[in-house]
Design a protein around this ligand. Sequence first.
Ligand code: ATP
Length: 790
Amino acid sequence: MGKHAPKSRKVKIQNRLSEVHEIELLEEWIESGKPESGSNPLSLEPLPHKAPVGRLPDGSFSRYAGCDRFSQLPVSKKTKDGLTQCKYKTMTDIQRASLPHSLCGRDILGAAKTGSGKTLAFVIPVLEKLYKARWGPEDGVGCIIMSPTRELAGQLFEVLKSVGKHHGFSAGLLIGGRKDVDAEKEHVNGLNILVCTPGRLLQHMDETPNFDCSQLQVQEQVLVLDEADRILDVGFKRDLNAIISQLPKHRQTLLFSATQTKSVQDLARLSLKDPEYLGVHEESDTATPNRLQQTAMLVPLDKKFDMLWSFIKAHLNSRILVFLSSCKQVKFVFETFKKLRPGIPLKCLHGRMKQDRRMGIYSQFCEQRSVLFSTDVASRGLDFNKAVDWVVQVDCPEDCAAYIHRVGRTARYLSGGRSVLFVMPSEMKILEKLEEKKIPLRVIKANEKRIQSVSDLLASLLVKYPDLQHLAQRAFVTYLKSIHKQRDKEIFDVTKLPIDEFSASLGLPMTPKIRFLKQKLKGKTVSEALSLIPENTSNDNLLEFPIKEPEFPIKDPDAGKSDVEEVDEDILLAKETQEGGENINSKGDDMYVNYFSDLSIRCVELFSFKQDGISLAEWICWLATRVTKKKKLKINVHRPVGTRVVFDEEGNTLPPLARLAASSSGADSVQLNKEKVNQRYAELRKNLKVADKEDKDLDRKRRKEKRIKEKMKNKRGREEEEEEDEELSGSDMETPRGRVDKKTKIYFDSDDEDGERRGDMAKKEGIAADAISLAEQEELALKLLNSMHS
Ligand SMILES: Nc1ncnc2c1ncn2[C@@H]1O[C@H](COP(=O)(O)OP(=O)(O)OP(=O)(O)O)[C@@H](O)[C@H]1O
């Protein structure tokens, strides 16, 4: 870590001897004053500042458990020099409580409020452990420090570099999003301390030749998880399990977070040995820093941007960190507000930005007053130079832990800070939950007179910049999706949101379609589905779903009957309806057709209501197919265009040649001129062929266009959904690896493709019925021509 000038051999030997001597002394000192297992050194009186430190004249050692200065700890001169140069003198509570235990080599579960100095509480024991083990470059990896986000890993790395600058260890920052992974692979084996995100570490474990962390076992070195509860969370489960399986069980493990896990299962996964649980602020009245003033304001969804805009305009001399729920929300607010020029620099930070830019924005925000719009990527661990004045939570955090971490970006160490949470009427439950967690919130009312509306300005921006309109649509959908995906349904209920008003507040002229909500409606009963629709929502606001050919088998009462039978059935139904008969089907048709057009036309493929023993979906599908069948019946495939249908005495249709036959068999019939007939039919055949070719070409073109359109639509839908999922899931944190690749798809664009495959494709695209009926028609037309000819 530190850079040293070349030294003579003699100096080197002298240094080594004094190091060996210092290490022996430190080990004796540590051993002599070990705090009792399970005790909290915070309860001990601090040593007087002027009391002698280290080996005392009587051969004993000074007490280090309970001391409150770094200089009183049994740590190396190199570490002490680093701390002094960084101006760290007095320990914070978590440092006082944990360092005496961790320096003895014990496993630690440390929990303390945000901004209370947890980083030094693990950086110091890491440096000391390697120093006492006389770890050198040839020894490989001696310590792994893991963080859930790249920015936080970068920040930890900086602290490690500055405090450890007098040590000779090599340390490396291994985080995703950096292009130089190959260069990293060449050097990673020579590193002693790895500061990393789980994904990148696992990548090296999988891909880098000879990358081996098994040395950790030889001398029981250190594994650190910062923001441990987040790393142990489901999002990182797979990566972490894979990493742990490659690490030896014998090691020192240090876990720190402001919201610590106590789950026995989690701790078992990490094989902790009798860990010291040090929750230093557990007895405190509040779970958040005392110097933090926290407020909450009731803001309806459609007024959020007005409120945010007004807030920014009222605090132009502050450094404001604004949390929104998705990357698209962040982008939208950033891009539009930037164009509206509020009078303060604006910045944005989210997981889909390039890593270099992310780092750049982070440091710029540390330097100057500005507004930073961010997703939860900035919610944990980041220490913005202790100078964030306001944390504004525009979108509700997913739980109390997320709230604590977000507001913890201000009021760090000894500084003060303020926060405001926008709460929607449907989210009021969060206030109760926060109160239960000892979070003191004052609910305040905004001064209506000072609220400036921004929706009209947004609407005109959207007209001027079409790209922004698309962004607004995406922001709209991803926001609703984020609410829909939240686990705590007591707080988050997408159906209670004023969707149209929200869309208008983004400046959108029309409410976009929300595909993902289909899932929510699936399998609901009529009343359940209706209860999902907000009371103040008009029919036009209901979610629109296109009517498709049903994909599941339909219980059609007519199944298996031929076309002729269908005609009969159809006529029967029509007759009975006309006569006002008591036919259940016809009544049912009326009832459901009304229902269909009134309310649920959009849901034909979604609902599976059980009504009168048959599901409504089945009914609706059955109706839909009947309509299609009726349409098909209008085309009598046996009859050439322009001929009349002739019925016999019993009302049955006669084949086209029957009339000729009948007339020719009559006694006083006129003998037909065979040549003329042949000529006539040749002409007809020719015309038919031309018409047939034109039809085929037209049909082929139409099918091709339909296929392309469908493909584009599907592709766009998939991309958008993937994008939304990425934005919402762990992508803001380090992207968990092992995600399934997009499936390779085979498209058959050419009309010359093999028929079977084309048939398959056509079926998938819902045009099977058309394709088959056309083939049938062609075949029948040819048969007819042939029979006429003969
Ligand atoms: N003993 C100390 N003396 C002075 N400043 C300190 C001390 N310990 C930590 N700090 C400063 O306090 C700030 C917060 O420290 P740190 O980032 O370690 O907090 P944290 O508890 O890890 O916060 P979070 O829970 O948000 O990750 C940093 O700016 C750090 O430099």
